[in-house]
Design a protein around this ligand. Structure first.
Ligand code: ADP
Ligand code: ADP
Length: 228
C-alpha cells in the first residue's frame, strides 16, 4: 500500500536530509521509525503525507503517486490519511466534539453522519465525558486522544504519527499506545516516528531505523539497542 523507491530529499538550503530510501509497507502493518535527532525521520513522515515532496524518487500511497499527484488531488489523498503530531495541533477555540467534527466537515460529510461518528470515535478514545471541554481544559494525554479521534474519524487507511508520545509522561504514553495498537488491530496501518525506546522494546513491531538520511535497519520486532 505504501512504496518509496530511491527517495532523495534535499532542502532549499542544500541539506540532503534523505539520501536514498526505499521501502514497502503492507496494509495493516504497525511500523516504528526510529533514529537519532536529525536522522531524517520527520522528513520521511512529512513526505508520506505530502507535506514535502521528494527531490527525486517515487512515493506511492494507495492509488496516489505523490511525486506526480495534481494539487487538486491532494485533499482526496489526505482523506485516506490520519495525522497525529507531537504537539497535538488542536483548534483552541473549538470544543473536543467540534475539533473532531471539523475533520468531517472539511471532507463534506453529511451532517446527519457527523454526530454519531464523532461520538463513536470519542468513545473509542475514552473521552465521551469531555465533549464540551476546550483543549486548554484537558491534560496532554487527553488532548492527544482528541487528536487521535480526529485522525481516525474519517476511517483512514493509514495513521501517521510523528512522536505522538514525545510530550507525554510514561503512563499517559502507554494509554496512547494502547489506542494506536487497537486502531491497528482493526486493520489500519500505523506508522509512528518515536524516540521512546522503552515503548519500542516493550511493544515490538516492525522497526525502521534511519541514520544520516539512510535506512540502516528494517527488522520485524526489532528493539532499540543500547548504543543509540
Ligand atoms: P529527525 O526527524 O530524524 O530529527 P529531520 O527529518 O527533522 O530529522 O531532519 C533531517 C535533516 O534535515 C537534519 O539535518 C535537519 O537539520 C534538516 N532539515 C530538516 N528540516 C529542514 C528544513 N526545513 N530546511 C533545511 N533543513 C532541514
Ligand atoms: P448532550 O446530549 O449531553 O447534551 P450532545 O451529544 O447533544 O450532548 O452534544 C455534546 C456536545 O457536542 C455539545 O457541546 C454540543 O454542542 C456538541 N455538538 C453536538 N452536535 C454537534 C454538531 N453537529 N456540531 C458541533 N457540535 C456538536
Amino acid at each position: 500500500m505504501i512504496q518509496m523507491k530511491n527517495v532523495m530529499k534535499q532542502y532549499d538550503n542544500g541539506v540532503i536530509a534523505i539520501k536514498d530510501l526505499s521501502l514497502t509497507v503492507d496494509p495493516g502493518e504497525f511500523l516504528y521509525v526510529i533514529g537519532p535527532s536529525g536522522a531524517g525521520k520527520s522528513t520521511v513522515i512529512k513526505m508520506l503525507y505530502h507535506e514535502l515532496k521528494p527531490t527525486s524518487g517515487s512515493i506511492q500511497v494507495g492509488k496516489y503517486d505523490l511525486a506526480t499527484m495534481a494539487p487538486s488531488d491532494v485533499p482526496y489523498f489526505r482523506r485516506n490519511i490520519g495525522i497525529v503530531f507531537q504537539d497535538f495541533k488542536l483548534l483552541p477555540r473549538l470544543t473536543v466534539f467540534e475539533n473532531v467534527a471539523y475533520a468531517m466537515q472539511v471532507v463534506e460529510a453529511k451532517d446527519e453522519d457527523i454526530k454519531p461518528r464523532v461520538l463513536h470515535v470519542l468513545k473509542l478514545v475514552g473521552l465521551e465525558q469531555k465533549l464540551r471541554r476546550f483543549p486548554s481544559e484537558l491534560s496532554g494525554g487527553e488532548q492527544q486522544r482528541v487528536a487521535i479521534a480526529r485522525a481516525i474519524v474519517n476511517a483512514p487507511d493509514v495513521v501517521i504519527a510523528d512522536e505522538p508520545t514525545g510530550n507525554l509522561d510514561p503512563d499517559t504514553s502507554e494509554g496512547i499506545m494502547d489506542i494506536l495498537e487497537r486502531i491497528n488491530a482493526d486493520g489500519t496501518t500505523v506508522i509512528m516516528a518515536t524516540h521512546n525506546r522503552e515503548m519500542v522494546n516493550e511493544r515490538p513491531h516492525r522497526l525502521l531505523e534511519i541514520a544520516g538520511g539512510r535506512l540502516v535497519r528494517d527488522e520485524q520486532g526489532g528493539s532499540y539497542s543500547d548504543e543509540e
